[in-house]
Design a protein around this ligand. Structure first.
Ligand code: CTP
Length: 202
């Protein structure tokens, strides 16, 4: 039960996704290398903390939201996390045991949208808010809709279909989607995507 909000969590099992955190960590490292003062709020990952950043480690979407809010004010906010859209309603306090009646069913509740909350904040909105879009089809069209829906200034869109190897991999092909612009970059190492993104933002 680490993290700022100490919410109840199932002691044994959890639901996660295939994101490695590599792109977000690379962006934090590139921003620090470019001279920014960086706070990196990260979910559970199997990679080392980047040099020169303040790390805040969280385990759930609600903890991440609280940690992001605590890290403000900021000049620039970049949202690269693959946040779980839903969580299990009423997580068990004890290990759920097998029973003769078969596997349990879970109902899900929606997690808060951290990016939309910060981008739409009435006060304290960072002047530049950059989101990501993880898509498996109609990448640019969906990213553009996300930009408008979430109220951010720029979206880094990537295709996370299994055949791209982006989720968990070391390379990424991204489109920088603005309100009236799209820039498509070639496939690059995630570190290089990060450096170019920080240069574009600067
Ligand atoms: N995001 C967030 N909080 C959430 C979900 C997503 O802050 N609960 C942010 C991500 O960090 C990313 C952006 O919103 O910057 C888009 O995330 P993505 O997973 O691509 O989109 P979804 O919000 O899940 O929308 P959809 O279901 O339409 O794909």
């Amino acid at each position: 039960t680490s993290g700022p909000t100490h919410e109840p969590i199932d002691p044994v099992r959890y639901i996660a996704n295939r994101s490695s955190g590599k792109q977000g960590h690379a962006i934090a490292a590139a921003a620090a290398a470019a001279g920014a003062r960086v706070t990196l709020v990260s979910g559970p990952v199997a990679i080392a903390d980047p040099a020169g950043v303040t790390m805040v480690k969280v385990e759930s979407a609600r903890e991440m939201k609280a940690a992001v809010e605590a890290a403000l004010p900021a000049d620039i906010a970049i949202f690269a996390a693959a946040v779980a859209d839903w969580r299990v309603a009423g997580a068990a306090d004890e290990k759920i045991k097998k029973t003769k009646s078969g596997p349990p069913t879970f109902s899900m509740v929606e997690n808060p949208d951290i990016l939309a909350g910060i981008a739409g904040a009435a006060s304290g909105r960072p002047p530049l808010v950059v989101g990501f879009a993880a898509e498996t089809e109609k990448v640019i069209e969906h990213a553009r809709a996300k930009l408008a829906r979430k109220g951010c200034d720029l979206i880094v869109a990537n295709d996370v279909s299994p055949e791209t190897g982006v989720m968990g991999g070391d390379r990424n092909t991204v489109h920088l989607v603005g309100r009236d612009s799209v820039e498509t970059w070639p496939e690059l190492p995630k570190d290089e995507v990060a450096r170019r993104l920080i240069a574009a933002i600067a």
